[in-house]
Design a protein around this ligand. Structure first.
Ligand code: FAD
Length: 360
């Protein structure tokens, strides 16, 4: 069934147009490159905001001594942006000058020599701020969960949201975790769809909590035992609000624990992770501390469960006008997400230019 209405056809402007599905850092990096080359780009995301796993949750919390609930922020996805590749370093430096990134060199309590989280940057007012900065003026379609792609008789890609054509594009980029990309690729690129459907991703359960102030000398910790792998005092991060007499925590469970409790009741997970968090405190502190808020978030696709299959940080099929990018193709971290999207944007722009499809 061809779902393209005449209205949609007439709305299509001449010249190469690209839909990027996924407004995480990989999608943003790809959009940035294409936009700079003069391509019409639209970025779709199912969430109401951009950022993907560079995320900050804002929650109204009833706190002692406050007449009304207070908004508390939790950076519950990647804790920081560590730029290793030269182009990301350059973009991060400009974002720092623009006041979007702040340096973060936490005092990390780590049981092994040298914490795995070195100094990096955090974005303000929340972690998505950096992705917003990278996207610049890119047109966004937020709150749009793409259900499937459909190729019209003219060879162009129809992006289907809520059973309707949300737009028609010459090329489509899937900038999302592999299982989600596999579903959209089915019927269009079976090799890629099969490869991505089998790509293991590790889940992470994350605790977000507010307690009484705790005498804890660290900004973050990497426990070596128990359920948790990373604990941060969110309120001690630069640009975050301090709440007098209170402590704001974000704590990630490690992948094996999260996998073992994947379908547990969130209330039970919150209880277990709160208990695990108290083991990072001294015995004295554990006794009288009150909990004012605790909630959990389940990241079903937090991190790649295996190294990239080959050396390509992104996949591009010029014939079909289909591209795939994401952290998992390039090392599984923030820097990898950037490299994957950035390289895909470059490759597409080169092909479009060669085909004479770039705006003069
Ligand atoms: C708990 C946690 C801790 C982490 N710690 C670190 C760390 O310490 N250091 C580090 O470098 N990295 C860390 N990471 C990983 C880092 O966050 C990711 O590598 C990076 O942000 C991935 O970016 P991405 O653009 O590839 O994917 P994502 O950020 O996942 O973006 C994909 C986007 O696609 C959207 N989407 C998916 N399906 C659809 C659809 N059908 N329609 C529309 N939109 C869709 C999603 O909503 C999402 O916004 C951590 C991640 C988590 C979750």
């Amino acid at each position: 069934m061809n779902l393209v209405s005449n209205d949609v056809r007439s709305a299509v402007e001449p010249g190469a147009s690209v839909a990027i599905i996924g407004a995480g850092l990989a999608g943003a990096a790809c959009a940035r490159g294409l936009l700079a080359a003069g391509v019409q780009v639209t970025v779709f995301d199912k969430s109401r905001g951009v950022g993907g796993r560079l995320a900050t949750r804002r929650t109204l919390v009833n706190l002692p001594g406050q007449a009304a609930p207070v908004e508390v922020g939790f950076d519950h996805g990647a804790p920081q942006i560590v730029a290793r590749s030269p182009r990301l370093r350059a973009v991060a430096a400009r974002a720092e000058q623009a006041g979007v990134l702040l340096p973060w060199a936490p005092r990390v309590h780590a049981p092994w020599p040298g914490p795995s989280h070195g100094p990096g940057h955090i974005a303000v007012p929340g972690m998505p701020g950096f992705v917003r900065h990278v996207l610049g003026e890119t047109p966004l379609q937020l709150g749009q969960a793409v259900q499937r792609l459909q190729r019209g008789r003219d060879g162009r890609w129809q992006v289907i949201v809520d059973g309707r054509v949300a737009g028609v594009y010459d090329q489509v980029v899937l900038a999302m975790p592999p299982a989600q990309a596999a579903a959209l690729l089915a019927g269009h690129h079976e090799d890629w769809s099969d490869a991505l459907a089998g790509w293991p991703m590790c889940p992470v359960w994350t605790l977000m909590a507010v307690t009484d102030e705790v005498d804890w000398p660290w900004d973050a910790a990497e426990p070596s035992t128990g359920a948790l792998t990373w604990i941060t005092r969110n309120d001690r991060r630069p640009g975050r609000t301090r709440l007098p007499g209170l402590a704001v925590w974000v704590a990630h469970a490690h992948a094996a624990w999260s996998q073992g409790h994947l379908d547990d009741d969130p209330a039970d997970v919150a209880e277990a992770l709160a208990e695990a968090l108290t083991h990072a405190w001294s015995r004295e502190e554990r006794k009288g501390v009150r909990w004012h808020h605790r909630a959990v978030h389940r990241w079903r696709y937090a991190a790649s469960g295996r190294p990239a299959m080959d050396a390509r940080p992104c996949w591009w099929d010029a014939g079909r006008g289909l591209g795939v990018c994401g952290d998992y193709l390039a090392g599984g971290d923030v820097d990898g997400a950037w490299r994957s999207g950035d390289e895909l944007g470059d490759r597409m722009a080169v092909d479009l230019e060669a085909a004479g499809l770039l705006a003069a």
